[in-house]
Design a protein around this ligand. Structure first.
Ligand SMILES: [Zn+2]
Length: 357
C-alpha cells in the first residue's frame, strides 16, 4: 500500500487531484500509438502486441486511449461499477472498448483500482486509477525522484513500472496496482508512456500566497503556505487553463492532419526524428524515471514567461495566467508538443522491443 516517506509528501498528497483533463486528449494518444505501431513494424514486439490486443483492438493506436475511457466507469450507490457511454467526455475513441467483454474489462479494472490510494483530506478513497496519469514534480528540480513532493506509489512513473513488470513476468502487479492480465498492462503502457511526455503531467509549479513560484522540497517555506496548481488545471487562461492548453494538440499534427499533402511529409519527418531518439540501456524499469526527469526539465520552459495572480481571496481558488508574450509562448508550445509526442512514440516502441527482443 501507499506509504509516505516524507511528511511533506503526505501533506501534499491530499492535493494532487486533477480535474478530468485528458493528457494529450485522445488525438495525441492515438498519434503516439500510431507512430509506435510503425516503429515496431516487422519486429517480434509487433507480433506480441497484436497477439495480446487481439483482432478487435489490434493496434497501439487504438489501445492507447483505454485508460482515459476507463474514467467513464462510475460506481453506483449500491457499489456496482458501470461504464457510462453517455458521459460528457465520451468519445468515438472509446467505441472499440464498448463490446460486452471489453466493457466488463474496463469496469473490473476500475473496481480493482478504485480504493487502492489514500483518501483525499480524510475522505474515503475513490477513483484511484485517475492518479496513475500524472506526477507533480516541482519544476525547480531537474530530475524525478520518488522522494520529491508530488510523486507517489501510484503516479505515472510507478504505473509504467508496474505495467512493465506484468508484461515481462505476468501478474500479479506490484502493489498498490491491480493489473490482472497482460492486455490491461499493455493498455496502460500504450497510454501512460504518452502521458509521461506531456510536460504538465510530470512538471508542476507550486505557488506562494503572492503568486511567486516556490519549491515545496526546499524546506524554506511553511507547507501550509504552499499551493498546488494541480498540473496547471488551476491556472486559468480565459475559459481554459494551462493544463488543457498543453493537452490540446494542433489539428495539423493529428492522425487526420498527417494523412495527406504536406501532412504526409511531416509524419515521415516525425518517424525519422523518432528513429533518431537516443537509445536507452540498462535496467528497463528505470527508463521511465529517466524519461520523467527529461520531462521535468522540458516543463521548466512551459512555465517561463508567465505570471500568476490570485483569482478571489480563497486559498483553494484558481489563478489567472498572464503572458509576457502569448504568441511567442503558443508557437514554442506547438514545437514542444510535437517534439514530446515523437519522444513518447520512440520510447514506447523502444520499451516494447526491449520487453520482447
Ligand atoms: Zn492519461
Amino acid at each position: 500500500m501507499f506509504h509516505c516517506r516524507l511528511a511533506l509528501v503526505c501533506v501534499l498528497a491530499g492535493f494532487v487531484w486533477h480535474t478530468p483533463a485528458l493528457a494529450w486528449g485522445h488525438p495525441g494518444h492515438q498519434l503516439v500509438g500510431s507512430l509506435a505501431d510503425e516503429l515496431i513494424m516487422g519486429t517480434n514486439a509487433s507480433k506480441k502486441v497484436a497477439a495480446i490486443l487481439g483482432p478487435q483492438i489490434r493496434s497501439l493506436q487504438t489501445a492507447a486511449t483505454w485508460p482515459d475511457c476507463v474514467r467513464d466507469v462510475q460506481r453506483s450507490s449500491s457499489g456496482t461499477f458501470k461504464y457510462n457511454d453517455h458521459s460528457m467526455y465520451h468519445s468515438p475513441a472509446c467505441v472499440p472498448f464498448e463490446g460486452a467483454a471489453e466493457r466488463k474489462r474496463m469496469e473490473e479494472f476500475a473496481r480493482r483500482n478504485w480504493t487502492n490510494c489514500p483518501g483525499e483530506q480524510g475522505k474515503p478513497a475513490s477513483e484511484c486509477h485517475k492518479q496513475f496519469h500524472f506526477a507533480d514534480v516541482a519544476v525547480q528540480h531537474r530530475d524525478y525522484k520518488r522522494t520529491w513532493a508530488g510523486t507517489s506509489d501510484l503516479d505515472v512513473v510507478s504505473a509504467i513500472q508496474a505495467a512493465i513488470g506484468v508484461l515481462r513476468n505476468g501478474p500479479p502487479a506490484t502493489a498498490p496496482f491491480s493489473i490482472k492480465t497482460k492486455k490491461e498492462a499493455l493498455f496502460m503502457l500504450a497510454h501512460f508512456v504518452g502521458d509521461l511526455h506531456q510536460p504538465l503531467h510530470v512538471g508542476a509549479i507550486y505557488l506562494a500566497d503572492d503568486g511567486s513560484v516556490v519549491n515545496p522540497d526546499s524546506g524554506s517555506i511553511p507547507l501550509a503556505e504552499v499551493m498546488q496548481t494541480r498540473g496547471g488545471n488551476k491556472l486559468e487562461i480565459g475559459v481554459s487553463n494551462l493544463h488543457s492548453e498543453w493537452d490540446d494538440i494542433p489539428s495539423s499534427i493529428t492522425l487526420n492532419g498527417l494523412k495527406t499533402g504536406p501532412g504526409k511529409k511531416r509524419r515521415q519527418a516525425m518517424i525519422a526524428a523518432a528513429r533518431a531518439v537516443e537509445g536507452m540501456t540498462g535496467d528497463l524499469t528505470l527508463w521511465p524515471v529517466t524519461w520523467a526527469s527529461d520531462t521535468v526539465t522540458v516543463a521548466q520552459n512551459s512555465f517561463t514567461g508567465l505570471r500568476f495572480s490570485r483569482k478571489g481571496v480563497l486559498k483553494s481558488g484558481n489563478w489567472v495566467v498572464q503572458f509576457n508574450d502569448q504568441t511567442g509562448y503558443d508557437n514554442a508550445k506547438e514545437r514542444v508538443q510535437q517534439q514530446q509526442l515523437v519522444k513518447a512514440a520512440a520510447n514506447l516502441a523502444q520499451l516494447l522491443k526491449a520487453i520482447w527482443p
